[in-house]
Design a protein. Structure first.
Length: 382
């Protein structure tokens, strides 16, 4: 097990209606802000839950919502230009992983004199970031607690990970009420991705006792959210349980590492604009099957914690039940079960495997893997 090093400098606030206090949380960081907003939130009442508290506290802000399907370098350039011209004192990023990633990139690069592509080539950002408050509207974000920022290079449609030298984000505000606008299909898909993130952290070579504790708690909370509690002791609403499970999984991954599902999902989203949650969900049963060969003990424990198998079942059956549990979740939402159903060819998927092999994350997988190993898993899921 790896040495334990724990440092999450952000102030994490999780609870119902916490978004109504966003004006209070951001006030210490300045008087003029840029609101980076997922445009889909304009179609629901979510935008009002953010804008109204800011307006009531007379906080000066303007909105940037010209966001593509991915956190592209071209979009970050445009947002940076507007932010610098407006002489803002801080940023607010509201939405899914795309909006949060763009907000983190703008905050990190705001004080730099180099352009975005120079940083992409270098792979790091050394400047002090601008104050940022992140308000995720999904129950998972794989990078928000880390010093890594995923950016899609618009020139090549490949994913790059920028490493920041300073914490990105003063506060992460998680309001479970903001996730209730998701469809049932989106919710199930993201729940499976949370399971994938927690399992990746649990099986990683970088796992510690702390990341194991966070991952195990994430499994347990997800069980309560999906199947309910065996007793009447747990009466927490489902949306809160899902947000808590996602938060625990993300912290587990921060103190351990992400794995194959997240790695390949990033690369497929970058190249072909395929949903990261959907890709991770399709890959997870095959990752479980692969992990059965070398971490059957931890895999079986995770299966029991999430309620996929009986406590009395042996390790082999527990692992099989875990993979079947994931497949059943996908079937409930009538989601695709094979990568070929997503409209990509096996040749295109081979490029995603090559992209994944060039990222630093490949060195932290549960077992040593090459691009050939990644492609083998892709072929199983195809």
């Amino acid at each position: 097990m790896s040495d334990f090093i724990f440092k999450i400098p952000q102030n994490i606030i999780l609870g119902s209606y916490t978004a109504t206090r966003i004006g209070e949380y951001i006030k210490p960081w300045g008087t003029k802000f840029m609101l980076i907003l997922d445009p889909t939130l304009r179609q629901v009442s979510t935008i009002d839950k953010i804008v109204q508290p800011l307006s009531e506290r007379k906080i000066d802000f303007f909105t940037f919502d010209d966001l593509p399907e991915r956190p592209e370098s071209k979009t970050i350039e445009n947002a940076l230009k507007l932010a610098r011209q407006a002489h803002i004192s801080g940023l607010i990023a509201v939405g899914g992983a795309k909006a949060i990633s763009i907000g983190r990139a703008v905050a990190a690069l705001f004080n730099s004199k180099k352009d975005v592509y120079a940083h992409i080539e270098d792979g790091s950002v050394e400047e002090t970031p601008l104050p940022l408050i992140c308000v995720p509207t999904t129950n998972r974000d794989t990078f928000v607690y880390t010093d890594l920022i995923p950016v899609v290079d618009s020139r090549s449609s490949t994913i790059k990970l920028l490493k920041a030298q300073n914490p990105i984000g003063k506060t992460i505000l998680i309001d479970p009420n903001l996730t209730q606008t998701l469809s049932e299909h989106q919710t199930i898909c993201m729940n499976v991705e949370v399971i994938a993130i927690a399992l990746e952290a649990y099986l990683s070579q970088k796992a510690t006792f702390f990341s194991d504790m966070m991952a195990e708690k994430s499994f347990q909370l997800m069980k309560y959210a999906i199947k309910g509690s065996d007793t009447l002791e747990v009466t927490t609403p489902q949306e809160i349980l899902l947000s808590q499970s996602g938060c625990m999984a993300s912290i587990a991954a921060t103190t351990s590492s992400l794995g194959v599902c997240s790695l390949l999902a990033l690369c497929l989203n970058s190249r072909y604009k395929i949903s990261r949650s959907l890709t991770a969900s399709l890959l997870l049963p095959h990752i479980i099957d692969d992990a059965t060969n070398f971490r059957k003990d931890k895999l079986a424990k995770a299966s029991r914690l999430i309620g996929a198998t009986q406590v009395s079942d042996n390790e082999t059956k527990a692992c099989e039940d875990f993979a079947e549990f994931v497949r059943n979740q996908l079937a409930l939402a009538n989601l695709p079960t094979r990568l070929k159903d997503l409209g990509v060819t096996i040749e295109q998927l081979s490029l995603a495997a090559e992209d994944a092999g060039s990222l630093e994350l490949i060195n932290s997988l549960p077992r040593s893997m090459t691009t050939d190993d990644l492609f083998s898993i892709i072929k199983l899921a195809y």
